[in-house]
Design a protein around this ligand. Structure first.
Ligand code: CA
Length: 231
């Protein structure tokens, strides 16, 4: 793959400089924007591979920037926010962001998130469209047959557990919020369902993970949701 082009949207100069220096040192190309309007224009003109977006911008809310970008492109957006509240992360993810980093963040953390997103991009480029079979570590899901296997052994999943596993696998690498999962698995919403989601997740992990307390495949994003990791 050619050098990836990263758009950095950040009004805080020291943070912006830290990111540009990091990207330059790690062989990424980049462009910068200091406010929401410029961010939208740059994204439309240069079609970046990944967007790093600060939520607190001088001219418009970062959530609005996500919504507008999502109206025309699926370019991965990683939110970088000083807001540590879970509700902001959830709002950003529900608006279409792929991942988030909370300030202050480490350079290693930023690079790790970029690698995860990059892997997802190259995966999507290699296997366009909806694939019939998903592979991740020892996990294999045959979507057409409606079966999941671990080490070639079929997992005995309930329909809900299977649906949950499929949703996470089709979005591997991406953080899915509790609400997003509930909407897509149960079709309904509501806070009360988070408790049942946790129960289904616990039973799914017991079947999927060799150590359910230290899950390899499905990571918990505390207070936010879950993410399937690419092994
Ligand atoms: Ca800011």
């Amino acid at each position: 793959m050619d050098k990836l082009l990263i758009e950095i949207v950040e009004d805080d100069a020291p943070v912006r400089n830290l990111i540009t220096v990091t990207l330059k040192a790690n062989d990424y190309r980049y462009l910068t924007a200091m406010n929401g309007q410029t961010a939208l224009m740059e994204a439309a003109c240069h079609n970046p591979d990944i967007i790093l977006l600060d939520l607190g911008l001088p001219d418009m809310d970062g959530i609005e920037v996500i919504r507008r970008i999502r109206s025309w492109t699926n370019t991965p957006i990683i939110v970088i926010s000083a807001r540590s509240e879970d509700t902001d992360k959830i709002e950003a993810l529900d608006a279409g962001a792929d991942d988030y980093l909370t300030k202050p963040f480490s350079v290693a953390e930023l690079l790790a998130r970029l690698r995860v997103t990059q892997r997802r991009l190259s995966q999507a480029a290699l296997e366009p469209g909806a694939d019939a079979v998903f592979r991740n570590g020892k996990l294999r899901i045959d979507y057409a047959a409606g079966c999941a296997y671990l080490d070639d052994e079929e997992l005995k999943l309930t329909p809900m557990e299977y649906k949950l596993l499929c949703l996470l696998s089709r979005n591997a690498g991406k953080v899915l919020t509790h609400n997003y999962i509930i909407q897509n698995v149960w079709g309904g919403g509501g806070e009360s369902n988070i408790a049942s989601l946790r129960v289904f997740m616990a039973t799914l992990r017991k079947k999927l993970e060799s150590q359910p307390d230290a899950p390899q495949y499905i990571q918990t994003q505390i207070g936010v949701g879950y993410r399937m990791l690419k092994l």
